[in-house]
Structures are given as structure tokens and as C-alpha cells.
Ligand binder design. Structure first.
Ligand code: ADP
Ligand code: 5GP
Length: 188
């Protein structure tokens, strides 16, 4: 059995990554979404087991100490982690796995999987646009928005460090470009 592909999508919070990924999943059915574990409070509309597995900090630490995560990171004051068993089993059974992690997670994926990890950075048109999108989304408190914007500035410095880059200015153009990149990885 041919090993599955690893596709990792990274972007500063508010760029439009979730919106792009949702459309991608509807159109490319061979992509298997990796549901991360997090200690972040659930947002309205988010579904446990689908968007994330929402767990307590105590459970996260216990799973982390049991080495259940292939990678984990503290992002915007919350813990996030990717389940190792899901990744190992998926790749061995030829599934193409799709991940949404932060830049620390990307560095871990590169360290573990090297060239096998295809990392796509989604770039926002600018910090001001990012702020507008975060406010428009209306899911975060003011201090959370400020923290995410602050982190975005350092994440943006990493935009040229990965395998592919897609600018999300006009949504439709960005989606077309992203789909092209994903298809090229799946066909490689
Ligand atoms: P992320 O997952 O990167 O944090 P979201 O997908 O939640 O970001 O998008 C943040 C907000 O920006 C949402 O309200 C979304 O509808 C909007 N958005 C996404 N892409 C665009 C775009 N190209 N132009 C304008 N608004 C966008
Ligand atoms: P959000 O709280 O907006 O859903 O996600 C915040 C950040 O955490 C995003 O940058 C997202 O990519 C990242 N993230 C989500 N799941 C994981 C994960 O399993 N590992 C890592 N390292 N980051 C993650």
C-alpha cells in the first residue's frame, strides 16, 4: 500500500484558513481531516469530535505525558495537539491527511516527517485586514483578538519558510490557487 500524503495548512488567526479548508473538504473527498485536541473553550457552532476534541487541561497534560500526541503546542494561551495514532494509522493505510496547526506545529511536522510534510502557508493581505476579519467573525473577546493579532505579527515573519504560499485576498482566487497546490501534492 502506497503511503498517504501529509498536507499541513498554516495561517495567522483570522486569515480565512478554516473557511478555505471547509470548502476544500467539500470538494476533495480523498482528504482526511485530522481533528486536534484542545483546551480552548468551544466557540458557538463548533462540534466536539469534528472541529476539535475539547478537553480539560488535566486531560491534555495526561495525554501529552503518555506521548499520545505526535506534536503539541501552546497557542494563544491554550494547548493544541495532534493524535499520533491517527497519523500513523492514516499514513500506513494510504490516507491523505489534512492538518491545521500553528507555526510551532509546522516545525514539528518538518522535524519528524521531513519532505513528506507538505506545508502550505496562507497569507493575509495585511494586519489591518486580519483585524477586520477577526472582528467580523465575532467569536473572540477583545483581549483574545489583541493576543491573536500580536501572534500574527511573528507568524507572518515565517511566511517564506514553508513549501507553498497562498495569498487570501480575494477568496475565490485564493481558493483556486489552494486547490491547485493541493491537487499537485496529491498527484506527486
Ligand atoms: P481562520 O480559520 O484563519 O482563523 P476564518 O476562516 O475563521 O479564519 O475567517 C475569518 C473571517 O474572515 C470569517 O468571518 C471569514 O468569513 C472571513 N474571510 C475569510 N476569507 C476571506 C476573504 N478572502 N475575504 C474576506 N473575508 C474573508
Ligand atoms: P483556533 O483556536 O483559532 O481554532 O486555532 C488557533 C491556532 O491553533 C491556529 O493557528 C491553529 O492552526 C492552531 N492549532 C489547531 N490545532 C492544532 C494542533 O493540533 N497543533 C498545533 N501545533 N496547533 C494547532
Amino acid at each position: 500500500m502506497k503511503r498517504g500524503k501529509i498536507l499541513v495548512i498554516v495561517a495567522p488567526s483570522g486569515t480565512g484558513k478554516s473557511t478555505l479548508i471547509e470548502k476544500l473538504q467539500k470538494e476533495i473527498h480523498s482528504l482526511e481531516w485530522s481533528t486536534s485536541y484542545t483546551t480552548r473553550p468551544r466557540r458557538q457552532g463548533e462540534v466536539h469530535g469534528q472541529d476539535y476534541f475539547f478537553i480539560t487541561e488535566k486531560e491534555f497534560i495526561s495525554r501529552r505525558d503518555n506521548k499520545e500526541f505526535v506534536e503539541w503546542a501552546k497557542v494563544h494561551s491554550n494547548y493544541y495537539g495532534t493524535l499520533k495514532a491517527f497519523v500513523d494509522e492514516g499514513l500506513e493505510t494510504g490516507k491523505h491527511l489534512l492538518f491545521d496547526v500553528d507555526v510551532q506545529g509546522c516545525d514539528s511536522f518538518k522535524k519528524i516527517y521531513g519532505k513528506e510534510a507538505n506545508i502550505i502557508f496562507i497569507e493575509p493581505p495585511g494586519i489591518e485586514v486580519l483585524e477586520t476579519r477577526l472582528r467580523k467573525r465575532g467569536t473572540d473577546r477583545e483581549e483574545v483578538i489583541q493576543e491573536r493579532l500580536n501572534n500574527a505579527k511573528s507568524e507572518l515573519k515565517r511566511k517564506d519558510d514553508f513549501d507553498f504560499k497562498v495569498l487570501n485576498d480575494d477568496f475565490s482566487n485564493a481558493y483556486t490557487h489552494l486547490k491547485q497546490v493541493v491537487n499537485s501534492i496529491l498527484e506527486s
